[in-house]
Design a protein around this ligand. Structure first.
Ligand code: MG
Length: 181
C-alpha cells in the first residue's frame, strides 16, 4: 500500500513551521479582531483565536502553508534555481503565485473571506506588516499572504456564525413568544 501522510502529521508540521517563522495564533487572531469587531461589538480575541484554529485544521490551508513556507526558507538559503530564486527572495511585486496559493486555500470560506483577503493584501496590518520581506527581515514572500488568507477565512467564518446565532436567537425568542401567547 502506498504511504499516506495522516492529517494530524500535516497539522503538527504546519503549526510548527508557523511558530518557527515567528507567527502565533494570537497574531492572526488580532487581525481577525480588527476585521470583524466593527460588525460584532462583543467579539473577543479568544473567539477570533478559536476561529483561526478551526481554519488551521483544514487540510488545504495546511498544505498551502507547508508549500509556501518551504519556498520562503529555500529562498532564504539561496537554494532555489534562477530566476525563481531572485523573484522569491526580492518579493517581486508581479510574481502573483504567493497570493494565488494563499487565496486558493480560502475560496471555500465564501465572499467575505475573499474580499477580506484582498483588503489585507493591499492594507497590510499587524503581523502581516511585520513579515514584509521588503522590510529586510528574512524572506516571507509567501508567508505574509498565507497569514492574510488564514485571517480572512477566520473572519468569514465569524461573520457567518454570527448571523447563524442571531437567527437561532430570533427563532428561540419567537418560539417562547408563541408559548407565552
Ligand atoms: Mg507576498
Amino acid at each position: 500500500m502506498r504511504k499516506r501522510v495522516h492529517s494530524d502529521e500535516v497539522k503538527a508540521a504546519a503549526l510548527k513551521k508557523l511558530e518557527e517563522r515567528g507567527v502565533t495564533i494570537r497574531d492572526i487572531a488580532e487581525i481577525v479582531h480588527a476585521m470583524q469587531s466593527p460588525y460584532n461589538k462583543g467579539l473577543t480575541i479568544d473567539q477570533c483565536a478559536e476561529s483561526v484554529l478551526k481554519v488551521l485544521s483544514k487540510r488545504e490551508v495546511l498544505h498551502a502553508l507547508l508549500v509556501g513556507i518551504e519556498l520562503d526558507i529555500l529562498a532564504e538559503q539561496n537554494k532555489l534555481s534562477e530566476p525563481l530564486q531572485t523573484i522569491v527572495a526580492t518579493d517581486e511585486g508581479l510574481f502573483g503565485c504567493d497570493e494565488t496559493l494563499a487565496l486558493g486555500s480560502v475560496l471555500g470560506y465564501g465572499s467575505i473571506a475573499v474580499t477580506t483577503f484582498g483588503y489585507l493584501d493591499k492594507d497590510k496590518i499587524g503581523i502581516i506588516k511585520r513579515l514584509d520581506t521588503k522590510r529586510g527581515n528574512g524572506v516571507h514572500t509567501f508567508l505574509d499572504d498565507l497569514v492574510a488568507s488564514i485571517a480572512a477565512a477566520a473572519s468569514g467564518r465569524i461573520a457567518h456564525r454570527m448571523r447563524d446565532e442571531e437567527e437561532a436567537n430570533e427563532a428561540a425568542a419567537s418560539a417562547s413568544g408563541e408559548n407565552a401567547g
